[in-house]
Design a protein around this ligand. Structure first.
Ligand code: AMP
Length: 405
């Protein structure tokens, strides 16, 4: 099968070739003909399967016919990075055609977005919050939307966007084509799909299982030795493009610093960073300026960086789905990748869940020259010089306060 067989508008061929796509991926083979035929779609596809092109190409094909300068396609997505990425993919495929797209998200000034909306764009790729602002302020008019895409619906649910999405849905015409993509289908998403889609066709690719091109290894370690083990692992790994996940933004920030202290070129991606810093981190990581990026789940959701060789779960993810999503960052588009997960005794239950979803027992590995019995570091307290206070109110107060640890 090749792309010619979809009979896409020939103006899209140059972009497909430029992207280096030779053959369509399985999700593209099943979704593109259905989308071109105008069906509503529910796609169960993990990231890394090529789902962006699966909805972007049929949208472009459709928009190349008919009027311009009005919002005809709306793609809603959970994170800014994902919105920027989809917008970029549209830019690549649309080539020299006069289709315009815009990415709309918070954390950056609204003026350019407002100006572009008023000038007229055919495709809007948006995160829910900022889009709602523009709707409420009458900058975004959704009355002529013909195609609606809800991308990574389960993650939008996790991030609490469901009420926003329902509000946005009130502004799009009932007569439209809708495509919903999600890696998992909790009942809220099934309900949303039932309310939003009209007799949808289902396309399921690799049902919520990570790409088969990824090798998984667990590294059991006591909690207090995690950092030491990670540094050792990095030392013996080809660190040209390693994505490390932590549970919180503070841990990401701190770990990035600690890794940098060992001489690695490292950056971090989490929601405490400004939009500019996030963009700079991503770009630097993509072009190889940074060897390592430490990120949280939300920030790294759906990132399209095809060269990531290793994903390291410094902290175990909160859910098995999050594991799938993290691992989806490597082994993309049939490349090979490795996934290392540091596990402490507290993670036993989550390991079982992951093995269940993976339908296999994951190999455990011990690093041969790592001291697994090293004791917990002592709490080192350097006593401050005790300065007697002048006007002490009560002589009966203890002289030195005991520090709470
Ligand atoms: P996605 O799942 O849409 O995020 O795509 C994952 C990666 O696969 C991206 O880097 C795409 O550019 C790439 N990709 C998508 N479709 C194809 C294809 N047909 N051939 C080669 N690479 C592709």
């Amino acid at each position: 099968m090749n792309f010619d067989q979809f009979n896409l508008d020939s103006r899209l061929n140059a972009g497909i070739t430029k992207a280096g796509y030779d053959k369509p991926t399985p999700i593209q083979i099943s979704a593109i003909p259905l989308a071109l035929a105008g069906h509503d779609l529910i796609g169960t596809a993990q990231t890394g399967t090529g789902k962006t092109a699966a909805f972007v190409l049929p949208i472009l094909h459709k928009l190349l016919k008919g009027p311009g300068k009005r919002m005809r396609a709306l793609i809603i997505t959970p994170t800014r990075e994902l919105a920027a990425q989809i917008h970029q993919a549209i830019g690549q495929f649309k080539g020299n055609t006069n289709i315009r797209s815009i990415a709309i998200y918070g954390g950056v000034g609204a003026a350019n977005q407002i100006e572009a909306l008023h000038r007229g764009v055919e495709i809007v790729v948006a995160c829910p919050g900022r889009l709602l602002d523009h709707i409420q302020n009458k900058h975004a008019k959704l009355g002529e939307v013909e195609v609606l895409v809800l991308d990574e619906a389960d993650r939008m649910l996790d991030m609490g966007f469901l009420p926003d999405i329902k509000r946005i849905l009130q502004h799009v015409p009932g007569k439209r084509q809708t495509m919903l993509f999600s890696a998992t289908f909790p009942k809220e998403i099934e309900r949303l799909a039932a309310q939003t889609l009209n007799r949808p066709k289902r396309v399921a690719i690799g049902l919520a299982r990570p790409a088969h091109t990824v090798a998984h290894t667990l590294y059991p370690v006591p909690h207090h030795l995690k950092r030491g083990l990670l540094l050792k692992l990095l030392k013996q790994t080809d660190t040209n493009s390693v994505l490390v996940f932590t549970r919180t933004k503070h841990r990401a920030q701190r770990l990035a610093k600690q890794i940098a202290n060992r001489g690695y070129k490292v950056t971090s991606l989490h929601s405490n960073r400004t939009q500019g810093q996030r963009r700079q981190a991503l770009r630097g990581f993509k072009i190889g300026k940074y060897q390592i990026m430490v990120a949280t789940d939300i920030a790294a959701r759906g990132l399209d960086i095809d060269s990531i060789s290793h994903v390291i779960n410094y902290d175990m993810p909160d859910t098995a789905d999050a594991y799938i999503h993290r691992i989806g960052r490597t082994g993309r588009a049939e490349r090979t990748g490795e996934a290392f997960t540091l596990t402490t005794p507290d993670d036993r239950e989550m390991v079982q869940k992951i093995e269940k979803i993976m339908k296999q027992k994951l190999p455990r590995q011990r690093l041969p020259d790592f001291d697994y019995d090293a004791p917990m570091p002592e709490y080192t307290h350097t006593p401050r010089k005790h300065k007697p206070r002048q006007n002490r109110r009560s002589a009966s107060r203890p002289k030195q306060r005991v520090r709470q640890r």
